[in-house]
Structures are given as structure tokens and as C-alpha cells.
Design a protein around this ligand. Structure first.
Ligand code: SAM
Length: 244
């Protein structure tokens, strides 16, 4: 099963974006961590919101994604070197990149261990991710209501922040903390912007939204952003792939 973001391509940057000052800090942190490295593969590149700025700073970046519409958005942003394909079968040679980035991808991939094997195969040095430490209270409540009404939420892969508990990163770098408006998240939920909502029947969605709107949430919640960096050798050890 593949979770293509074709249906989200038009609204992706609007609904998942970071404020500009946060994005600038993320890129600055990535540049500090990736100093001295040359080539980066971005798996599940999406609209290339992270790797286009890195390409602008002179890195050789390749992006791969299963969604042609997300790739089109990345190309419109000026991103070069885009491939359509799955992280579970990367059409690139062994050890061809210094660094692989995976952001918001592994939770969508049922064969996440296969994905890690492929990432380890093509990567020489580091696996890098950008994670948010806090989930939105409104989204959490939406999910709880779905479960209460008998909907089975799909458990596909594991989020990059969950991988942290399985394979210890070499580094976790605090980027910043910022406030997110709950009203904005409720509006995105209403539009079924998030992938776990896409299969929810309309009637159930409306029922959950109705109940959600009666609940009291704080106006804002704090989200901490971190960059996680793994030595690729520790990922190789976990999936038992021998590496020099
Ligand atoms: C949540 S988005 C993250 C995009 C980008 N990394 C970012 O953070 O902005 C997940 C992306 O992974 C892609 N995707 C899902 N399954 C994939 C797979 N098996 N191989 C490659 N890309 C995949 C989706 O099409 C989508 O563009």
C-alpha cells in the first residue's frame, strides 16, 4: 500500500508549513549539521520545502517521491533532480549520497524496515530528519473521537520521531519552539487536510467535527522543533546490513 500525497499537493505547503522564522532556523541548523557534506537524497521529498533551500546553498540534492503532483510542486519551486519512485526501491547506486533526509515519510510506509534498508544502502554517512515534538491537541481529539465511533485508524509505519526510541540518534538538536493556532488546525481538519482523514467517511467526519467544535481548546499550543541526526552505521546495525 502506498500513500501518495497527490490529493494534498495543492494544500500541502499551506497546511504543513512552518512560520518563516522557524523555517529559517531549520535550514540554518541543517546547514550547520551538514557542513562538509556534498550530496543529499531527500526521500519523500514532497514539495522540497527543505531541500530546495539546501540546493540553493550549493548542495547536490536529489528528491524522490511517489506523488507526481507533489513532485510537480517541487519542480515549480525550482527544485532539480526529481525522481518518481518509492523509498522501498530506490533506483540509485549503493553509497551514492553522503546524507539522506527523511521528513514525515516513515509513518506512511508499512514496509518501513525495507525503507530503512534502502536508505542505508544508498547512504554513506548520515540519516537526518526534522521532527515536531508535540502533536496538535485538536488532531489528537479528532483521532480519539474517530476511535470512539468505531473507526480503525491505520497504523502504517513508524514516525521518524518514533525511530528515535528504536535506534538512538547521534544528535538531537533543538531548533526552536513556536506557537500554533488551534483555530487554524480545526480549519485544516474540517477540510480533511491530513492523510489519516482521507479514508474517513464523510458522515463520520462531520459527526466528529461537530463534536470537536463544542470542545474547549486553548487558543494556541507550543511545538518544539528538533533536527535528529543518525550515523547511518547505527541504522545499518539495526537492519543488519553490513557496511564498511
Ligand atoms: C508528509 S509528506 C512530507 C514531504 C516532505 N518530506 C516534507 O517534509 O515537506 C510525505 C511525502 O512522502 C511521499 N511518500 C509516501 N509514501 C512514499 C514512498 N513509499 N516512497 C516515497 N515517497 C513516499 C508522499 O507522496 C508525500 O509527498
Amino acid at each position: 500500500m502506498v500513500v501518495s500525497f497527490d490529493r494534498a499537493a495543492k494544500i500541502y505547503d499551506e497546511t504543513r508549513g512552518f512560520p518563516v522564522f522557524v523555517m529559517n532556523k531549520i535550514i540554518k541548523t541543517l546547514m550547520e549539521e551538514l557542513e562538509g557534506y556534498v550530496s543529499i537524497l531527500d526521500v519523500g521529498v514532497g514539495t522540497a520545502r527543505f531541500t530546495k533551500p539546501l540546493q540553493n546553498h550549493g548542495y547536490y540534492v536529489v528528491g524522490i517521491d511517489v506523488s507526481s503532483k507533489m513532485l510537480r510542486k517541487a519542480a515549480e519551486r525550482g527544485m532539480r533532480n526529481l525522481l518518481i519512485g518509492s523509498v522501498c526501491s530506490i533506483p540509485l547506486r549503493d553509497d551514492s549520497f553522503d546524507v539522506t533526509m527523511s521528513v514525515g515519510l516513515l509513518h506512511l510506509v508499512k514496509e518501513w524496515e525495507v525503507a530503512l534498508r534502502e536508505i542505508s544502502r544508498v547512504t554513506r554517512k548520515l540519516l537526518v530528519s526534522v521532527i515536531r515534538r508535540r502533536k496538535s491537541p485538536a488532531s489528537e481529539e479528532y483521532r480519539e473521537l474517530l476511535v470512539k465511533y468505531g473507526w480503525k485508524l491505520p497504523q502504517l509505519g513508524i514516525a521518524e520521531r518514533e525511530l528515535e526510541a528504536i535506534v538512538k540518534p547521534a544528535k538531537s538538536i533543538d531548533v526552536t519552539t513556536y506557537e500554533v493556532s488551534v483555530g487554524k488546525i480545526l480549519a485544516f481538519l474540517e477540510r480533511k487536510a491530513y492523510s489519516y482523514q482521507w479514508d474517513v467517511p464523510e458522515e463520520l467526519h462531520r459527526r466528529v467535527m461537530q463534536q470537536l467544535k463544542t470542545q474547549a481548546f486553548p487558543e494556541e499550543y507550543s511545538v518544539k522543533v528538533e533536527v535528529l541526526v543518525w550515523d547511518i552505521k547505527s541504522i545499518c546495525e539495526f537492519i543488519q546490513l553490513p557496511k564498511e
